[in-house]
Design a protein around this ligand. Structure first.
Ligand code: FES
Length: 326
């Protein structure tokens, strides 16, 4: 994940930039460690942290390192000249020795234990959470394969580390000259899902769309996506229609205007829901609901989760009242 995170993200850790190294074209690795050399909190493959950057920006980055390695965390970040400024701030203004505030790791893209086989499918810098997964799967001797679609060898981040981690014959790099969805016949790769196989995809929008179309016939519980940003055809973050939420534990009713998110309406009532991406991507704001009909606008919750919780940063009510377990 390399998503825009809202300013409300919590910053419980202070991390020192231990090293910065070139990984690939416009892409650097940032190694973050405790300033006093203490071990960092454990994390699971697929997790991300919110990093507080110069200029007051907060951005989410997947942890790309080996989860068993607690001396430092590793990020892989593509500098996006036309982005919203997070990757530019990190590349242009952060130097070795700087100390940055960060959240604890959170994971909305975790490996499902016990898979018979795992297919990891990365587009470009979407390799970061999948690299951590490759370390975890290799460490437990699990059956897996990793496909990395990139423009050219010059754009392939973590090439050496992946070659050293993924078992022989299971690492496939696909070069396409700039059209990630075309470098690999994703439909052919995913045409016949073997029993017990799980699929994990992360990459830019076009690549993710190709993965989603090619895996439509898979069981939804066996397909896992991590989007950088909401898909282009997404519904607007704020849909039409006013409604009310009842915060059941406090007995407070909060009106939600047609141009407000539930998170914002609750903030205006003097309370706070933890948030990070504010886009329905990270799961930080996930909240149980007790009554009402939800219009789910997230990209992260499974069908099973949507039956009991919602992401109030984007999702809304279809009923006049929504009762939240808050
Ligand atoms: S804050 Fe990320 S899903 Fe709501």
């Amino acid at each position: 994940m390399n998503a825009d995170a809202g300013g409300a993200a919590e910053a419980g850790l202070r991390l020192q930039v231990r090293a910065i190294r070139l990984l690939a074209e416009r892409t650097h690795a940032f190694e973050l460690a405790d300033p006093d050399g203490a071990l960092l909190p454990p994390f699971e493959a697929g997790a991300h942290v919110d990093l507080h950057l110069p200029g007051g920006l907060v951005r989410s980055y997947s942890l790309a390192g080996d989860p068993s390695q607690r001396s430092h965390w590793l990020l892989g970040v593509l500098r996006e000249a036309e982005g919203r400024g997070g990757s530019r701030a990190l590349h242009d203004r952060v130097r070795v020795g700087d100390v940055l505030a960060a959240s604890a790791p959170r994971n909305a893209f975790a490996l499902v234990p016990g898979a018979a086989h795992t297919v990891l499918l990365a587009g470009g810098i979407g390799i970061t959470p999948l690299k951590a997964m490759a370390h975890a799967l290799a460490a437990r001797g699990a059956s897996f394969e990793l496909h990395h679609c990139v423009r050219s060898p010059r754009h392939a981040a973590f090439a050496a580390e992946l070659a050293a981690t993924v078992p022989a014959g299971r690492l496939h790099r696909h070069f396409d000259g700039g059209h990630p969805a075309q470098s690999l016949d994703i439909a052919a790769l995913l045409a016949r899902p073997a029993p017990g196989t799980h699929l994990y995809c992360c990459g830019p929008a076009g690549f993710m769309q190709a993965c989603a179309e090619a895996s439509r016939h898979w069981d939804t519980g066996r397909v896992h996506f991590e989007h950088f940003k909401p898909p282009a055809e997404a519904a607007p973050a704020v849909a039409a229609g006013a409604f009310e939420v009842l915060l059941a534990r406090r007995g407070i009713r909060v009106p939600v205007g047609p141009d407000q998110t539930i998170v914002r309406a609750i903030e205006l009532a003097g309370l706070r829901v933890p948030t990070s991406c504010l886009s329905g991507l990270c799961g930080t704001c996930k909240t149980d609901y007790l009554e009402g009909e939800v219009e789910h606008l997230d990209y992260i919750l499974s069908d099973e989760e949507q039956a009991r919780c919602l992401t109030p940063c984007v999702s809304r009510a279809r009923s006049p009242l929504l009762v939240l377990d808050l």
